[in-house]
Design a protein around this ligand. Structure first.
Ligand SMILES: *Cc1c(COP(=O)(O)O)cnc(C)c1O
Length: 336
């Protein structure tokens, strides 16, 4: 039995999703003529209380487009030091937008208005102009830690007062929503831009949407073209995204439940030195032996996972992990 816990990006379309893709009404989306893409963009914007949306090939592209839309060259953005936009997007902030990054040391990637405020540069020719704050929910490198909308409000207030834009890297926003019980549509009140990934826990094969007001999305279409992300008959992919929004959101609770089962199991063993708090579908744990050795033992039993540090391993739960897989993992952990 193979259990792939490397990432929630490894999911494959379900039969129902494939059928929706096969039946999609398509057109040329660069001409704005793909009905299914238009439907996905409208549906997701409405869901998050935003005016408009744009379908993109990846979460990285939605974030990079957002940064480009919300900054000018020589500006600075503020984010936590774990931020995906900073660590895992290939240096795109500097390359695509000619923007510098001010990093904060949040609690598992969660930052506060009190932490942000002193880092906003005063108007002075020596300093880059601070124009954007970016949050991530849930925090990937924070082990799936999430913000509640109550934690976001003061940050949004600060940004409004200081004239800064606020962007959300919501690659796993639905994991946060099912965990906190917050409403997606409330997010539109607080953020200028939101990236939503359809190809992680939601199970679509490809795609993310960037949501914002109409003027921003109009400009984002220009930037997406420049970045090489204009797609033609993308409705086949958008259909998977629509299907995912309709069928795969509530079930994220199952992934969270599975994560709790495995995390509890991990706390029992002497070869595990620490299990970080598990809030959603990501488990981070530290091993006494180097992670590489433990990963080899897991691989010998068909369990695939990734190290995030010399002695740290990450397990990510997703819709292709069924109860029998969880049982298998529990059994293997017991034998290590
Ligand atoms: C996966 C991820 C992204 C974007 O990933 P793509 O592989 O480019 O779709 C962005 N932010 C976070 C937090 C992620 O985990």
């Amino acid at each position: 039995m193979i259990v792939d816990l490397r990432s929630d990006t490894v999911t494959k379309p379900t039969p129902g999703m494939l059928e929706a893709m096969m039946n999609a009404k398509i057109g040329d989306d660069v001409f704005g003529e793909d009905e299914t893409v238009n439907e996905l963009e409208e549906k997701s914007a409405k869901l998050f209380g935003m005016e408009a949306g744009i379908f993109c090939p990846s979460g990285t592209m939605t974030n990079q487009i957002a940064i480009k839309c919300f900054t000018q060259p020589l500006d600075e953005l503020i984010a936590d030091q774990t931020a995906h936009i900073y660590r895992y997007e290939g240096g795109g902030i500097a390359f695509n937008s000619a923007v510098s990054t001010r990093l904060l040391d949040g609690e598992r990637g969660i930052i506060t208005a009190e932490m942000i405020e002193p880092e906003i540069n005063a108007e002075n020719v020596h300093y880059p102009h601070t124009s954007l704050v970016a949050l991530e929910n849930t925090v990937n490198k924070g082990g799936g830690a999430c913000y509640t909308i109550e934690q976001i409000k003061p940050i949004a207030d600060l940004c409004k007062t200081k004239g800064l834009k606020l962007h959300l890297d919501g690659a796993r926003i639905f994991n946060a929503l099912v965990k906190t019980g917050d409403k997606a549509e409330d997010y539109g009140k607080y953020f200028d831009g939101i990236s939503v990934c359809l190809s992680k826990g939601l199970g679509a094969p490809v795609g993310s949407v960037f949501l914002a007001d109409k003027a921003t999305i109009k400009y984002a279409r220009r930037i997406r073209k420049v970045f090489g992300g204009g797609m033609r008959q993308a409705g086949f992919l958008a259909a998977a995204g629509i299907y995912a929004l309709d069928h795969h959101v509530e079930r994220l609770k199952v992934d969270h439940f599975h994560a709790q089962i495995i995390a509890r199991e991990l706390t029992k063993y002497a070869w595990v030195s620490n299990v970080l708090p598990v809030e959603t579908n990501i488990i981070l744990f530290d091993t006494v032996e180097p992670a590489s050795i433990v990963l080899e033992k897991l691989a010998a039993h068909g369990i695939k996972a990734l190290p995030t540090d010399k002695n740290r391993i990450r397990f990510v739960l997703h819709l292709d992990v069924f109860p029998e897989h969880v049982e298998h993992v529990v059994k293997v952990l017991r034998g290590i």
